[in-house]
Design a protein around this ligand. Sequence first.
Ligand SMILES: [Zn+2]
Ligand SMILES: [Zn+2]
Ligand SMILES: [Zn+2]
Length: 261
Amino acid sequence: MGLPLTITFLGTGTSQGVPMATCHCDVCTSKDPRDNRTRSSIYVSTPECAWVVDTGPEFRMQCLREKIDRIDAVAYTHSHTDHIMGFDDLRPYCANGRDLPIYASPETMADLRRVFSFAFSALSLAPGYVRPEPHVIDGPFELAGTTLTPLPLKHGRAGVNGYLFEQDGRKLAAYLSDCKVVPQPVIDRIHGVEALIIDALRYSDHPTHLSVDEALEVAARVQPAATWFTHICHQLGHASAEAKLPAGIRIAYDGLKLEFR
Ligand SMILES: [Zn+2]
Ligand SMILES: [Zn+2]
Ligand SMILES: [Zn+2]
């Protein structure tokens, strides 16, 4: 028997967020709260365990907004600034000298160690610091009954880990936040997943992100029960862009929860 699992979208925006500073376009001035997008991240919780995927620049505000009291682990997709710069705001989740497991690819872990060397340094364990417990991953790992499988994606020159969340072989959700290419072995691995959460930056082509049309092509190959677009830029107004999508394909927004029972 699986555990009930909830995914909360902490952020669904591209690297500059929406609205974007200095822009006065229709989407950046929209009154629809769904057009207010902080940097992309999700919070995943079961009764046994809770973890975040990425800690972007608004991580602290996202935790306050969603009243997050518990984080047992962090999994990183990659080390671009829009995904790691909230790292130091993990401090409250390391209270009472608790070490926090951090899961990342070798490249991403090396970047985290470099950028946040004060936290990784054994000399810096003053009370109140982040206490990372590094886990370099190159294959599936388990968090209290949920299996996380890293999914290697191409994102320009960067390598990114998407993640598949499974319980007892049931493919609950695949999170592919930043990618331009989804390799066939990943498509095969996540085929038929209940929820595909995927990068769909904008309508026009981009060198390192999937466009809406490209994301639709990936979804057609994956055949998920539901698809949610994320890492959205200000070209996509929530209501108007979602109205143009086929049935079963939606645009995520900050604060959205997906429940798996
Ligand atoms: Zn990003
Ligand atoms: Zn704009
Ligand atoms: Zn990126």
